[in-house]
Design a protein around this ligand. Structure first.
Ligand code: CP
Ligand code: NVA
Length: 310
């Protein structure tokens, strides 16, 4: 496998071959789950889980994933360590590296996870920051690959130009995918990140397009993806955002403009009646719980690659 960074902070830093290797291994671990051929490469190793924001999927799948790989998950509640208040982050990092073999962290500012990774010699895995959510994007790639030819599938993301949009852009850049990101003009993804992703995608046969018209965005889509309109930490903007984002809701009327075979993706949690209607969420086209399951398999591949000895 090509050389990859010590950490998984952003898929923008990862070589294509390493990400392809992770996806292949995730599919293999999915097949092996529950069999006596399933590996336990984390035996005798501990992985620290630090979550400064709420979580269902990420927290449970990392705990289960570490345990299934034979390791020991250690949950550190943020109120216990009070980073920056009781002790600087740099010192926390230099303590943790002495005890555990990897750190999984969900944070607000992305700079926090970068500082953690810079000061801990052990791998740091981004379990979501305000800027990025790479583990979710890996699980999404696995889900698309289970239902279509990943390299040729047309994926449309609708909604906020947030951490999820950014990680799908990085994924598409890394693997050379076809991606349309459709947002209200004032909620577009980070322009520099989108530009770098588009350049990288085009180098390997992919294509990234930014769009603001939802109908044009879904016209040729094989997969339509959405996320909440107000992310964690933006709760007080929810009412204002609901007005702006209304035309970007995934509903039957919008999907009438998409191919009949279109499938639906959502990282969850979903707010039915906001970014997606109840009817569409519950339809046969929805793959959202496969995505949630695939978090486990994708993250196990990441842990196996990063948290085990060479
Ligand atoms: N999709 C996702 O990351 O879910 P949680 O916030 O519940 O972990
Ligand atoms: N954009 C959402 C993703 C949740 C998994 C958030 O950051 O809250």
């Amino acid at each position: 496998m090509a050389e990859h960074p010590k950490d998984l902070l952003s898929l923008a830093d990862w070589p294509r071959a390493s990400v392809e290797g992770l996806l292949a291994r995730a599919a293999e671990l999915k097949r092996l789950r529950g069999s006596d051929r399933h590996p336990r490469p984390l035996a005798g190793r501990s992985v620290l889980l630090y979550f400064a924001k709420p979580s269902l999927r990420t927290l449970v799948t990392f705990q289960v994933g570490v345990a299934e790989l034979g390791g020991h998950p250690v949950l550190l509640p943020p109120g216990q360590v009070r980073i920056g208040e009781r002790e600087p982050l740099e010192d926390v990092a230099r303590n943790l590296e002495r005890w555990v073999h990897a750190v999984v962290a969900r944070v607000y500012g992305h700079d926090m996870i970068e500082t953690l990774a810079a000061h801990a010699r052990v791998p740091v895995i981004n379990a979501l920051s305000d800027l990025l959510h790479p583990c979710q994007a890996l699980a999404d790639a696995l889900t698309v690959a289970e239902n279509a030819d990943l390299k040729h599938a047309r994926l449309t993301y609708l909604g906020d130009g947030n951490n999820m949009a950014h990680s799908l852009l990085n994924l598409a850049g890394c693997l050379g995918l076809r991606l349309v990101v459709c947002t209200p003009p004032d909620y577009a993804p980070d322009p520099g990140l989108a530009e770098r992703a588009a350049e990288r995608a085009s180098e390997s046969g992919g294509e990234i397009r930014l769009e603001s018209d939802p109908r044009a965005a879904v016209e040729r889509a094989d997969f339509v993806y959405t996320d909440v309109w107000a992310s964690m930490g933006q709760e007080d903007e929810a009412a204002a955002r609901a007005e702006v984002f209304r035309p970007y809701q995934i509903n039957a009327e919008l999907l009438a403009a998409a191919p009949a075979s279109v499938r639906l993706l959502h990282c969850l949690p979903a707010h039915r009646g906001e970014e997606i209607t109840h009817e569409v969420f519950e339809s046969d086209a929805s793959l959202v719980f496969d995505q949630a399951e695939n978090r486990l398999h994708a993250q196990k591949a990441v842990l196996e690659l990063l948290a085990t000895p060479d």
